[in-house]
Design a protein. Structure first.
Length: 448
C-alpha cells in the first residue's frame, strides 16, 4: 500500500469554531436580579472572543416561578432568540440559594421558603438571603414539580449544550459556604442528582466537584463520584485559581485530580476561572495555572468569568491558544491505500490525530468521498467510525467501496459532520469544498 502524507496540508494556526467544545461566557450570573456580567457585554464583543461556543445562563427558581404554578421562561427565551443567528448554544444552571449583596433574597420562591424551613443569611449591606433546607420533604416535592416543567421546556433542546446540577448549595455550586455551612448526607445530594437525571435524560448533565466533596467523607466522595460518572454525568469545577486553592494545592490549583480521571473517559469537563477581577496576579500568573488545569482535567469547556474587554485586552493569545485545544482538535495525518480500482472494496488505514485536551463526546460522521469534475460524488465509507474513540494518534481501519465508482480522475475528499453541521478539521481553508469537506489530493481510479 502507498502512504499518502497529508501533514503538509495541516493548519494549526487558524482558530476553529466547532460544536460541543470551547469557551463560554457567563451571561446570567447568580440570577436575573444581578446584572453582572451581561451589563457589559455587547453581542459584537462576545462574538469576537476566539472559540466562544455558548453562553452560560445561571438563573434562580424564583426568576421563573414568581407565582405558584405560573412558569415564565421568557427571560431565557429572549436571550436565546437574541443570539439565535450566531450559532451559539446555551448552558443552564437552576439555583435555589444566592449569596451576595445584589442577589435575590429568595432564589427559592418565597411561598416555598415559608413552608420548607431554612435560614435567613444576613447580608453585609443589610437584608438577607434565604437558604432552604435542601433535604426538606416539602422543598423537594415542590422542586420536583418545578423540575418537571424545567425538563419539559429544555430536555433534549438542541440549543442547550449542558445543564448543571445546581439546585443544591450556595450559587448552585454544591457547597454551603457563604451560607449556613450545614452538612448534608449523601442521600440528600442523590435526591438532587436524581431529579436532574429523571427530567433531563437527553441532555448532558454536569455535577460540581464541590457537591461530590460536600459530605467531607472519602467513602461518600467515592460513592457519589462512581454514581455520577456511571450515569454519564460530566464534571465541573467552579473556581480555578481561587486564592485558597492556589495556596493549598498544586500549580494548577485543582484540589482533587482523581475526580476528573473518573469522569473524562465518559463525559466532558467544564472549568470556570475565579471571577477575573478578584484573581490576584500572583495567583493568575498570566493564566498559566488555568491552562495547566485545562490540561490536567482534560477540559472540554472553559469560562473566564469576567467582562470581555478586560480579559481579552490582556489574554487574547491565551484565549486563542486554548480555543482549539479545549475538547477535541482533529488533524488528518495520512492515508494508507493501494491504487484505487473500480468495482472493488479496498482496505485503507486513515491516520488521525487529536491534539485537543480531551476526546470528543458526541459521535461525528466521517465521510470520505471521490468527486469528479462533473459534480458527481461517491461516498466511499458507508459506515463511519466512532469519533469518540479518537484520542492522541489513531490509525482508523476503513473499507473503501469503489464498486460504483467508474474509472477516471477524482478529488479525494474528507469531511466530518455533526448531523447537519460541519466539524472543522485542522486543514487549510483553501482545501474546503462547498459541502464542507476538504480536498486531500487528486487520485485516479483504475479499471479492474
Amino acid at each position: 500500500m502507498f502512504y499518502h502524507d497529508y501533514r503538509p496540508l495541516q493548519d494549526d494556526k487558524t482558530v476553529l469554531s466547532n460544536p460541543h467544545k470551547g469557551w463560554y461566557y457567563h451571561y446570567i450570573d447568580n440570577g436575573l436580579t444581578r446584572p453582572t456580567y451581561r451589563d457589559g457585554a455587547t453581542k459584537e464583543e462576545l462574538l469576537s472572543i476566539p472559540g466562544l461556543r455558548h453562553l452560560y445562563l445561571r438563573f434562580d427558581w424564583s426568576d421563573i416561578e414568581k407565582e405558584e404554578g405560573h412558569f415564565d421562561w421568557s427571560p431565557l427565551e429572549q436571550i436565546m432568540e437574541e443570539f439565535s443567528d450566531t450559532g451559539l448554544t446555551f448552558s443552564l444552571r437552576l439555583c435555589t440559594y444566592e449569596a451576595g449583596k445584589v442577589c435575590a433574597e429568595y432564589a427559592t420562591p418565597r411561598w416555598v421558603a415559608e413552608q420548607c424551613g431554612g435560614v435567613k443569611v444576613p447580608k453585609k449591606t443589610g437584608g438577607f438571603s434565604f437558604e432552604p433546607d435542601y433535604g426538606n420533604p416539602y422543598f423537594l416535592e415542590q422542586l420536583e414539580r418545578f423540575m418537571e416543567e424545567y425538563g419539559r421546556q429544555y430536555n433534549g433542546d438542541p440549543r442547550i449544550e449542558t445543564v448543571d446540577i445546581g439546585t443544591f448549595g450556595t450559587w448552585g455550586e454544591g457547597h454551603t459556604s457563604s451560607g449556613s455551612c450545614k452538612k448534608y448526607n449523601p442521600e440528600v445530594l442523590l435526591k438532587h442528582i436524581n431529579l436532574h437525571l429523571k427530567y433531563f435524560p437527553d441532555t448532558q448533565l454536569l455535577v460540581n466537584d464541590d457537591m461530590l466533596r460536600h459530605p467531607d467523607d472519602p467513602a461518600a466522595l467515592a460513592m457519589l463520584t462512581e454514581y455520577c460518572a456511571g450515569h454519564g454525568i460530566g464534571i465541573r469545577d467552579d473556581g480555578v485559581c481561587v486564592g485558597y486553592y492556589a495556596k493549598t494545592f498544586g500549580y494548577d490549583t485543582l484540589c482533587n485530580h482523581q475526580i476528573y480521571q473518573a469522569f473524562t473517559p465518559f463525559a466532558p469537563c467544564d472549568l470556570e476561572l475565579e471571577h477575573y477581577h478578584m484573581v490576584k496576579e500572583d495567583v493568575l500568573k498570566d493564566g498559566l495555572p488555568f491552562l495547566e488545569a485545562m490540561k490536567t482535567a482534560k477540559a472540554t469547556y472553559a469560562g473566564f468569568h469576567g467582562y470581555p474587554q478586560p480579559w481579552m485586552s490582556k489574554h487574547r493569545y491565551l484565549t486563542e491558544y486554548c480555543a482549539n485545544r479545549l475538547g477535541y482538535w482533529y488533524f488528518i495525518n495520512g492515508l494508507q491505500l493501494a491504487q484505487p480500482v473500480s468495482g472493488t472494496i479496498q482496505p485503507a488505514l486513515l491516520e488521525l490525530e487529536n491534539r485537543g485536551f480531551a476526546k470528543g463526546y458526541h459521535p461525528y460522521t466521517l465521510k470520505l468521498t471521490a468527486k469528479n469534475e462533473t459534480g458527481q460524488s461517491y461516498l466511499l465509507n458507508p459506515c463511519s467510525p466512532d469519533s469518540r474513540d479518537w484520542e492522541g494518534t489513531v490509525s482508523q481501519r476503513l473499507q473503501l467501496d469503489f464498486r460504483k465508482v467508474p474509472p477516471g480522475s477524482y478529488r479525494l475528499c474528507v469531511g466530518l459532520y455533526d448531523q447537519d453541521r460541519l466539524v472543522r478539521l485542522a486543514l487549510r481553508d483553501d482545501l474546503l469544498e462547498s459541502d464542507g469537506s476538504y480536498c486531500l489530493e487528486s487520485v485516479t481510479v483504475a479499471s479492474l
